[in-house]
Write a new protein. Structure first.
Ligand code: 3H9
Length: 653
C-alpha cells in the first residue's frame, strides 16, 4: 500500500505530500508520516520544506473517528512542536479547507500560502471542543485576540483573502499551488528568509475587557455548552503567561471538553448527519437527473423561502401563484428577505441581486412545461394538492421531478393523482425555509430510486441536511411533535404554567420551549385541523382543550398578539394571568387534579414522549436509523446538539 505521507526533494526544497482520502484528516498514520518526513528533512540537502495535500483539500482536522479512543503517538501537539522546531523553513500550502488540526498544522509551520478559493477555520466548538493542538495559543500571536476569539468561538471558516488580512496567510497563490508554493519557498530562501516561529511572536495589543465581553455574550447564546467559555479562557491564557503555560492550559481544557457528554453528543451528530445522506439499498452510483430549473407553486412564506434556497444555489426558479396580486406579494416578501440578508451581512448586495435575478413569477402553469423539478408549497388542503398534481401531470415534461412540501399528508395519495407516481417525492422544508437546515425527503411507495438520489444530492447543493422519511402522518419530525405537544398540555392541566414548562425545556437546552413554539406557529392551524376530525380521531381532550379555548377567545399566538402568552410589539412574550385562569378552569372541567410539578418531571416527561414515538417510527421503518431521528430534531426542532438528539440522549443517559 502506498504511504499516505510521502517526502521527496525537489532541488533545494523538500516536499511533504499528504494523500489520505477523503479529507486528509490527521490519523495516526498521517501524524507518524509527517513526523518521519520532517525528521528526514532536517538532515538532507533541503533549504526549506513545503507541506502540501493531494485530493480535494488540505488537512481538514484531527481524525474525529479516533476521538474517545486511547490516544496514539505521536500526539498532535507534540508533532506540531517538532514541525515548528524544524531548522529548515516550513511552508504550508493550502487548498480546499484547512480546518481544526489542519489549520493548527499550518500555524505551526513558519509560513503559509493558499489558493484564493481556500478556506481556513477552527470549527472545534461545533464538536463541543476547543482547538487542542496550539490553535488557541499560536493564533492570537499571529492574528490578535479579537480575530482569534471570533474564529474559535464561532467555528466559522474564513476565506484565504480574509486570512491574509488578519495575518494568518502570508501569500495567495494563483494557478498551480504546488508549483507556486515551491517557487515561493525558493524566493524566501534566496531572500535570506529564516525560520519564524508563531509561538515566539508577541500578541498584538488588545483591550483586556474583551474576555469578559465574550464570556457574557457566549453564555447568553450557547445554551449551557461548556466549550465556548473554555475557548475564551484558553485564548486569554495566550496573553498572560509563557507559550508553554498557555499550551498546558489549552490541553487541560481540551481534555475536559473531550471527556464531556456534550462533545460526545455533538460528535454523534457530525457523523449522523453524514450517515443520514446514505440510503440503505440504494446503490451509490444510482444515476441522477439534472436539475437546473425549478418551479415553486405558492408564493407564501414557505414558497418564497424555498425559491430563495434554489436561487442561492444558482438554480433558476419560476414562482407560480393564482393571481397577479398574490404573485406580487410573494415576490415582495422575497425582496424583503434578501434585503434583510444584506443588512445582516449574510449576503453581499451584488450576490443578493444576482440570486434575486434568478427568480421570476407566473400565473400560468404552462410556464412550468420545461422545468426540471416542481415543488408544491400551497396550504395543507389534500384536495387542492391532488388537483395541483393532476395539473402538473398535464403540463410538466417527462422526467420532471414533482415534489410536495406537505408537512403531514399522504405522499402516496398525492402521487396517485398523477400518471407518474415514480416521479413524485416529498420535500418537507422547515420555516423559514431559506434559513433552516433540515429537509425531510419523503420516499413514497413508488418514488423512483433516481428521483430519491437526485433529491438527496440536490439537498446538499442547496445547503440543506437531508433525512429520508417513509410516509406516515407528520413524517418523522411532526409525528414526534404530537405526543411532545400533548405532554405539554397535560403538564399545564396538572399544574405547570406555560412559562415554567418553557423555562425548564430551554434551560435543558431546547432552543425554544414548546408553548412559545406553538404560539409562533399559530394555534389556529391545529385548531382548524381538529375541526375536520371526529371526537374519536381527536383523542383525549386533555391534549387540546386549552389551545382550543385560546383560539375561541381569538388568541391565535404571536400573529394575533396573544396565545399562551401576551406579546408586545417586539413580539416578546409576557405571562398572562388570564391564561392561568383558563387552564385552571379546563383542568377542573376535565377532572384533572392540580399539584406542584417539578422542572425535572417536565423535562423527563417531555423527552420521554419524543423518544417513545421515535422508537415506534424506527420499528415501523419510517426512519432508517436512530441517528436520522436525532438529525431531524437537532436541525429542525431546536434540540440541543450537545445532547446528541433525543435517541442518542436516551441511549446514553
Ligand atoms: C480537531 O481538529 C481537534 C484539534 O484541534 C486537536 C486535536 C488534538 N475526521 O463532510 P463530508 C469524513 S477536531 C474524520 O461529507 P464535504 C466524513 O465523515 C476536527 N473523518 O465532505 C465523510 O465520511 P463518509 C476539526 C472526517 O466535502 C467524509 O470525510 N475539523 C473528518 O461536504 C466526507 O466528509 C472539522 O471539524 C475528520 N476530521 O466537506 C472538520 N472530516 O464519506 C470536519 C470529514 O464516510 N469536516 N470526515 O461519510 C468538515 O467540515 C467537512 O468534512 C469538510 C468536507 C468541509 C472538510
Amino acid at each position: 500500500m502506498a504511504s499516505v505521507v510521502s517526502y521527496e526533494l525537489e532541488r533545494n526544497v523538500g516536499v511533504i505530500s499528504i494523500d489520505s482520502p477523503p479529507v486528509n484528516a490527521l490519523s495516526q498514520v498521517v501524524r507518524q508520516g509527517l513526523l518521519d518526513a520532517i525528521s528526514e528533512a532536517q538532515s538532507d540537502a533541503s533549504d526549506a520544506v513545503v507541506i502540501v495535500c493531494d485530493g480535494r483539500t488540505f488537512i481538514a482536522g484531527a481524525d474525529i473517528t479516533e476521538f474517545g479512543k486511547p490516544p496514539m503517538e505521536p500526539l498532535l501537539p507534540d508533532l506540531l512542536d517538532t514541525i515548528e522546531a524544524s531548522s529548515k523553513m516550513v511552508i504550508a500550502a493550502i487548498h480546499g479547507t484547512a480546518l481544526g488540526g489542519g489549520l493548527e498544522t499550518a500555524l505551526a509551520a513558519h509560513y503559509r500560502c493558499a489558493v484564493p478559493a481556500a478556506k481556513i477555520g477552527l470549527p472545534e466548538v461545533k464538536l463541543g471542543l476547543l482547538p487542542g493542538a496550539g490553535g488557541t495559543q499560536r493564533m492570537p500571536r499571529l492574528a490578535g485576540v479579537k480575530a482569534s476569539l471570533d474564529l474559535t468561538t464561532s467555528g466559522a471558516p474564513i476565506s484565504a483573502e480574509e486570512g491574509q488580512k488578519i495575518g494568518l496567510i502570508d501569500k495567495i497563490i494563483d494557478g498551480d499551488l504546488r508549483t507556486g508554493a515551491l517557487n515561493w519557498a525558493r524566493e524566501l530562501v534566496a531572500a535570506g528568509g529564516a525560520v519564524r516561529k508563531s509561538s515566539e511572536q508577541v500578541v498584538p495589543d488588545f483591550d483586556p475587557a474583551i474576555f469578559g465581553e465574550y464570556r457574557e455574550k457566549l453564555a447568553a447564546r450557547s445554551r449551557g455548552q461548556i466549550a465556548p467559555g473554555h475557548i475564551v479562557t484558553a485564548v486569554e491564557a495566550a496573553t498572560t503567561g509563557s507559550f508553554e503555560d498557555g499550551m498546558a492550559k489549552e490541553r487541560e481544557l481540551f481534555v475536559t471538553c473531550m471527556n464531556s457528554s456534550q462533545s460526545a453528543g455533538m460528535r454523534h451528530i457530525f457523523f449522523a448527519e453524514r450517515q443520514a445522506a446514505k440510503i440503505e439499498g440504494l446503490a451509490k452510483d444510482t444515476p441522477k437527473r439534472a436539475v437546473e430549473s425549478v418551479g415553486v407553486i405558492g408564493g407564501g412564506t414557505m414558497g418564497g423561502g424555498i425559491a430563495m434556497c434554489f436561487a442561492n444555489a444558482g438554480i433558476t426558479v419560476t414562482m407560480m401563484e393564482i393571481s397577479d396580486e398574490a404573485l406580487e406579494r410573494g415576490l415582495s416578501i422575497i425582496d424583503r428577505n434578501y434585503a434583510g440578508s444584506v443588512k445582516r451581512g449574510k449576503l453581499s448586495a451584488d450576490k443578493a441581486a444576482s440570486c434575486r435575478a434568478l427568480i421570476s413569477g407566473s400565473t400560468d402553469y404552462a410556464a412550468l412545461a420545461d422545468v426540471d423539478m416542481v415543488i408544491e408549497a400551497v396550504f395543507e388542503d389534500p384536495q387542492l394538492k391532488k388537483k395541483i398534481f393532476a395539473q402538473l401531470d398535464e403540463v410538466c415534461k417527462p422526467g420532471a421531478i414533482l415534489a410536495t412540501n406537505t408537512s403531514y399528508q399522504d405522499v402516496n395519495a398525492i402521487a396517485a393523482a398523477t400518471r407518474r407516481p415514480e416521479d413524485v417525492v416529498g420535500t418537507h422544508f422547515f420555516s423559514p425555509a431559506h434559513i433552516m437546515k433540515l429537509l425531510e425527503v419523503v420516499r413514497g411507495e413508488k418514488t423512483a430510486d433516481d428521483v430519491l438520489a437526485t433529491v438527496m444530492a440536490l439537498a446538499k447543493k442547496i445547503r440543506k441536511v437531508p433525512v429520508v422519511s417513509g410516509v406516515c402522518y407528520g413524517f418523522i419530525g411532526n409525528r414526534m411533535l404530537r405526543p411532545y405537544g400533548k405532554t405539554a398540555q397535560l403538564l399545564l392541566l396538572e399544574g405547570a404554567s406555560p412559562q415554567q414548562i418553557d423555562a425548564a425545556m430551554e434551560t435543558w437546552g431546547m432552543a425554544m420551549g414548546p408553548l412559545r413554539v406553538f404560539d409562533l406557529a399559530g394555534l389556529d392551524i391545529g385548531y382548524k385541523a381538529r375541526q375536520a376530525l371526529s371526537d374519536e380521531e381527536k383523542g383525549d381532550p386533555k391534549g387540546y382543550r386549552v389551545p382550543d379555548l385560546l383560539v375561541e377567545l381569538g388568541r391565535m399566538g404571536q400573529k394575533s398578539g396573544s396565545g399562551f402568552y401576551a406579546y408586545d410589539d417586539a413580539r416578546q412574550p409576557t405571562p398572562d394571568p388570564a391564561v392561568d385562569g383558563l387552564i385552571e378552569m379546563a383542568a377542573a372541567d376535565l377532572g384533572v387534579e392540580r399539584r406542584q410539578v417539578t422542572d425535572e418531571e417536565i423535562v423527563e416527561r417531555m423527552i420521554s414522549a419524543l423518544v417513545a414515538e421515535g422508537r415506534k417510527i424506527l420499528e415501523e421503518g419510517i426512519a432508517q436509523r436512530s441517528g436520522d431521528i436525532d438529525v431531524v430534531y437537532v436541525y429542525g426542532y431546536g434540540f440541543p446538539a450537545s445532547r446528541g438528539g433525543p435517541m442518542f440522549f436516551d441511549d446514553h443517559q
